[in-house]
Unconditional design. Structure first.
Length: 122
């Protein structure tokens, strides 16, 4: 009778230890799940930011294309060659500045996309 009680007591103690280990494993998995969820949200946020940057850049390019169409019409309607020549010179400077700005913006967007891809790979 004493040996049976001792065996049952040992079994209950061992069962409690196993339950505690299982609970600890469950808590650990929950922490891992929360970390993964947070990282996933950060990745999604970064992906959304990249998409917003791309859409914004498309808008910038569309605006510049429309502006360029207006400028071309303005140059075509100008009958005075001297005035057109001056306008052309100024326009070349504007085009150069706009091109530089576009290249910088595009480089920033591409850099963001590249960083996103590197984080995804890592």
């Amino acid at each position: 009778n004493y040996l049976r009680r001792q065996s049952r007591l040992k079994l209950r103690i061992r069962a409690q230890q196993i339950q505690e280990e299982l609970e600890e494993d469950t808590r650990l998995l929950e922490r891992v799940r929360l970390i993964e969820k947070r990282e996933s949200a950060e990745r999604e946020s970064s992906r959304v930011k990249v998409m917003e940057d791309i859409l914004w850049m498309n808008g910038v390019l569309a605006d510049q294309k429309a502006q360029e169409t207006r400028r071309e019409a303005e140059l075509n309607s100008n009958l005075w060659s001297e005035e057109a020549s001056k306008l052309w010179g100024r326009q070349e400077q504007v085009w150069a500045k706009e091109k530089e700005a576009r290249e910088k913006l595009l480089a920033d967007v591409l850099k963001t996309v590249e960083e996103q891809m590197e984080r995804k790979i890592a």
